[in-house]
Design a binder for this molecule. Structure first.
Ligand SMILES: *Cc1c(COP(=O)(O)O)cnc(C)c1O
Length: 392
């Protein structure tokens, strides 16, 4: 008997509920920041990617308002038709200068950038090598490309090397990794990856969604942190909706790479350009990044304070030095229960479960921001002590 649409879909929803993986959206009733109002209650939040506290910064707001007054709200068309304003253009030039690359190209979202880059560079007969903990958008991009898709063990250069050697001489080879792993907070060994790429005639691509704005002396991200040139790391992707507090994404690299993407990256070509006022807000965010160094150092101090406190409490911290501080829990139901108990104490932390992370590694993904005060971090630690207790 054929099932109706409703019956068939409901079965999958019921299964998600039974496995503690059903996802729900909270209704936010305030701007982003350490203190938020959600579903009519006030919370301290530790789950946003607004690492520098820029999403509600007065200079970004003013830049967006004045650009909207002048250029309106919608961009009207794709970049290749009539949607590419001087705000977009200037933003691309500033991003290229900051990352030390020849050129940069804006995408509407990071997800689209990853799909667009990989699919413009690879097709049938080519090879893609991805870290098994890569973000879904890199994995989806690789699967969609039609290239031979391989996942190597997390940060395991020897495993990657073996796979590269076995892949033969035919076709292009791209190695793609999260520069900062989004659910773990650890860094990819980019210098070693660059060396392996060079040895094996492969190209390296890094997704710096969680490093851009935060890492490096000027906040230019993982490439600056490791001092990697355009030659060593030819495909550098970053997002603008996390540390930059805005929205959008970019790719930075050579003239030929960027022209290739303009011609062949379908998620670039067939979509409406980001609103010009959003580009203007991103430009203001770059100004703040350059002028307010203290935000990056404050974030580092907050990370340090949290890690010291969590270690004192014996909490099962992952080894991460970035703003992403996962507490490994294991069972999906426990992660959910801890997150709910924390919410009961006025603390928002998200429970991350499979399929976002591997089976058996459900976790509380705690994220810190430069905007958190020491007292707020102490409140988090107190709540964790009561709700999660001593791990392992
Ligand atoms: C958030 C994220 C993306 C997607 O970026 P959006 O601009 O939100 O679409 C891509 N890669 C990684 C590693 C991310 O964390």
């Amino acid at each position: 008997m054929p099932h109706s649409l409703e019956q068939s879909l409901q079965a999958a929803l019921d299964e998600r509920t039974a496995t503690h993986r059903y996802r729900v959206r909270r209704l936010l009733e305030s701007a982003q920041g350490p203190a938020v109002r959600v579903d009519g209650r006030d919370y301290l939040q530790f789950c946003s990617n607004d690492y520098l506290g820029l999403a509600n910064h007065p200079r970004l707001i003013a830049a967006m308002q004045s650009a909207a007054a002048e250029y309106g709200v919608g961009s009207g068309a794709s970049h290749l038709v009539s949607g590419h304003s001087h705000w977009h253009h200037e933003l691309e030039e500033r991003l290229a200068a900051l990352t030390g690359r020849s050129r940069a190209l804006l995408f509407s979202t990071g997800y689209m950038a990853n799909l667009g880059i990989i699919n413009a560079l690879l097709g049938k007969g080519d090879h893609i090598f991805e870290d098994r903990l890569n973000h879904a958008s890199l994995l989806d991009g690789g699967l969609l490309s039609g290239a031979r898709f391989q996942r190597f063990a997390h940060n395991d250069i020897a495993d990657l090397q073996r796979r590269l050697e076995k892949s033969g001489d035919e076709g292009r080879r791209l190695i793609a990794v999260d520069a900062v792993f989004s659910m773990d907070g650890d860094l990819a060994p980019l210098p070693e990856l660059a060396a392996v790429a060079k040895q094996n005639n492969a190209w390296l691509m890094a997704d710096d969604a969680h490093g851009f704005g935060v890492l490096g002396a000027h906040g230019a991200g993982s490439a600056e942190h490791f001092g990697l040139s355009q030659e060593e790391l030819p495909v550098l992707m970053g997002t603008l909706g996390k540390a930059l507090g805005c929205f959008g994404a970019f790719v930075a690299g050579s003239e030929v790479l960027i022209e290739t993407l303009i011609q062949f990256a379908r998620p670039y070509i067939y979509t409406t350009a980001m609103p010009p006022a959003v580009a203007a807000a991103n430009l203001a965010a770059l100004d703040v990044l350059a002028e307010e160094d203290w935000r990056r150092s404050q974030l580092q101090r907050n990370i340090q304070a949290f890690r010291e406190g969590a270690a004192r409490l014996g909490l099962p911290l992952a080894s991460s030095d970035t703003a992403i501080q996962p507490l490994l829990v294991g069972a999906d139901s426990d992660a959910l229960a801890f997150s709910e108990r924390l919410a009961g104490q006025g603390i928002l932390v998200s429970a991350i479960r499979p399929p976002t992370v591997p089976e058996g590694t459900a976790r509380l993904r705690i994220t810190l921001s430069a905007a958190h005060s020491r007292e707020q971090i102490d409140s988090l630690l107190n709540a964790l002590e009561q709700c999660v207790g001593r791990g392992e």
